[in-house]
Design a protein around this ligand. Structure first.
Ligand code: ADP
Ligand code: MG
Length: 197
């Protein structure tokens, strides 16, 4: 036989009842704000950048070693394809250089063989990937950077990476259809940075 405690349930006065609700609401609000703050910080840190392995990189069979550097860094490759850049796409991509005297040689180079286009995603990816490349001219680039380790040319500098957030968005749109982006949450995410970082 089941015995129920016959003691009457506590009855709150209207005031204490309201206080309990207010407390509960306040706690939920704080939790929500903390979560929103964490998500906002996370989304500011997570960036996408366009990377092109240029024709010299493809011809010199360096694609795998260079892609490995981004993977080793903890970055995600969320889109990748081999393609041939047309003169028209080259002009759109390098719009800021089209009027320069050396532009025709750049166009000849970048359209002169297949490239591998990729979208790299990760924490502060835009600036970090640029610093992994090193300066434009391989002769000025330090050892440890991609351009410093693999080349000594100003033009044949192996890799392109977007130089800012706006450029990254524009260039990703230029090379990829939204359906070609395969985002995913890598299972090692929790080992790549602390939650409050
Ligand atoms: P980065 O790729 O480092 O952003 P730039 O935007 O200045 O460099 O130039 C775009 C690309 O044009 C370079 O990566 C390089 O391949 C080529 N380039 C840069 N300067 C010259 C030059 N003076 N002559 C020929 N090609 C150049
Ligand atoms: Mg540039």
């Amino acid at each position: 036989m089941v015995h129920y405690n016959s003691a009457p349930l506590p009855r709150w006065s209207g005031d204490s009842h309201r206080r309990r609700y207010a407390d509960c609401f306040e706690r939920m609000l704080v939790l929500f704000l903390l979560l929103a703050d964490l998500m906002e910080r996370e989304s500011k840190l997570m960036q996408r950048t366009l990377v092109l392995l240029k024709p010299d990189c493809v011809q010199r069979r360096l694609m795998g070693r260079i892609i490995s550097r981004f993977e080793d860094k903890g970055y995600n490759l969320i889109a990748m394809k081999m393609m041939r850049i047309t003169p028209e796409l080259a002009r759109q991509h390098y719009a800021e250089h089209v009027e320069k005297a050396w532009y025709p040689t750049l166009e000849g180079f970048i359209t002169g063989g297949p490239v591998l286009a990729a979208v790299v995603e990760g924490i502060d990816a835009v600036d970090v990937v640029r610093s992994m490349l090193g300066p434009t001219n391989g002769r000025d680039a330090s050892a440890g950077t991609i351009r410093g380790d693999f080349g000594c040319s100003r033009q044949m500098n192996l890799v392109h990476a977007s130089d800012g957030l706006e450029a990254a968005a524009r260039e990703i749109d230029l090379y990829f259809d939204k359906r070609e982006i395969c985002e995913y949450d890598p299972t090692i995410s929790s080992w790549l940075k602390a939650v409050d970082e």
